[in-house]
Design a protein around this ligand. Sequence first.
Ligand SMILES: NC(=O)c1ccc[n+]([C@@H]2O[C@H](COP(=O)([O-])OP(=O)(O)OC[C@H]3O[C@@H](n4cnc5c(N)ncnc54)[C@H](O)[C@@H]3O)[C@@H](O)[C@H]2O)c1
Length: 440
Amino acid sequence: MTQRPRLSVIGTGYLGATHAVCMVELGYEVIGLDVDQAKIEALRAGRIPFFEPGLPELLAKHIDSGRLRFTTDYAEVAEFADVHFVCVGTPQQKGQYAADLTYVESAFAALAKHLTRKVLVVGKSTVPAGTAVRMAELLTELAPNMGVELAWNPEFLREGFAVEDTLRPDRLVFGVHSEWAEQTIRSAFAPVIEAGTPVIVTDFATAELVKVAANSFLATKISFINAMAEVCEATGADVTQLADAIGHDVRIGRKFLNAGLGFGGGCLPKDIRAFIARAGELGVDQAVSFLRDVDEINLRRRARTVELGLDLNDGSYRGTQVAVLGAAFKPNSDDVRDSPALDVAAAIGRRGADVRLYDPEANANARRLHPELTYADSLDEAVSGADLVMLLTEWQEFRSMDPEIIGNKVRKRNVVDGRNVLDPVEWRGAGWIYRSLGRP
Ligand SMILES: NC(=O)c1ccc[n+]([C@@H]2O[C@H](COP(=O)([O-])OP(=O)(O)OC[C@H]3O[C@@H](n4cnc5c(N)ncnc54)[C@H](O)[C@@H]3O)[C@@H](O)[C@H]2O)c1
């Protein structure tokens, strides 16, 4: 294996496009492949087809370097690369908890059929434990007698911080079954390892489980504080003060203790559900049965947010104009997959509200899923004439709203702070009726 292996990235979505561009920044030659022709054309034209801070600049820097190209042709990828990263989606199956592995299976199969020499194939997609073993068998079956090997390298990047997380991850996990595979994957991350990033070398199953365990922990922490918010609502206590107070304990920590509308996106919800499904198949469903509560607590916050707005609208949304601020599942992203904000917007729309939704980046993605809602091009346009303002994704633009300025645009000064990011004293002082999750 050369010091600097040539890399391919298969599946150039949120994870794959980021990985491809960042690996070029780290000094590698990279080819990216996707089955979505439009995505590949956008990337070739130097355009990132989603919102991720810093990524367009990096793509622009490298697109003409000759070290980064994009294709839809598996033969070209197989010919070019020594290490192939598989980054395709693993969404939730329709009507079930389990992950849909058809994209992973078809990507491995398509690649394997085109391989002509010994290479390392690295799975990066989040998959249920046991998938890697099956993919290793598939490689042996479809690319026989070449000694092709597999590694599993779960990805921990956060949308909104994806570039930083890829260039300077807090750890690397390599699931491998041979010394050659370990050395080869190390050579594909050499600059990151030389920078001092901790490396944890495991077997396949541990590498697969690390990712779902990490996401289960994060989801549990969020649902824990949201469960406390439910209790706070029943007692008149303030969950934000409670979080500050318990968060000072270093064993607990303040991060991921922001009570509010809960988690969403293309990872946490489907990953904990897939974990529940896989644990059931393995006969250890009791071990993760708490994740069902975590999921239910999370979804209850959405229903509660709808109720808070209903209270402020005198028991009915019908005929009222509601400004919904935020559609992305979190700020600094345009990702609306399983977005709590968009879910709430759609729910109040179904109850008869005239929803005017504004998100700084996610309007287009939201419109594709919910064309029935009205989309505003600015904060001003969304709040003009509103009977109720609902802050559902905590973009900086919304956190820093001036209650007086916004107050002069709305019809009624009613606000639901779904993320506990506004100052209730300031907003009430400006004559707003302020409601939030877990605070009096
Ligand atoms: N988005 C994140 O923040 C993140 C973080 C860590 C892990 N992950 C995991 O990474 C994986 C990808 O997630 P994502 O958010 O990038 O999804 P995504 O939907 O944005 O991207 C997946 C891409 O794979 C492509 N694809 C599907 N089948 C293919 C095939 N056979 N060959 C080539 N390309 C194919 C799709 O066209 C799409 O562009 C998932 O398993 C996810 O759980 C995502």
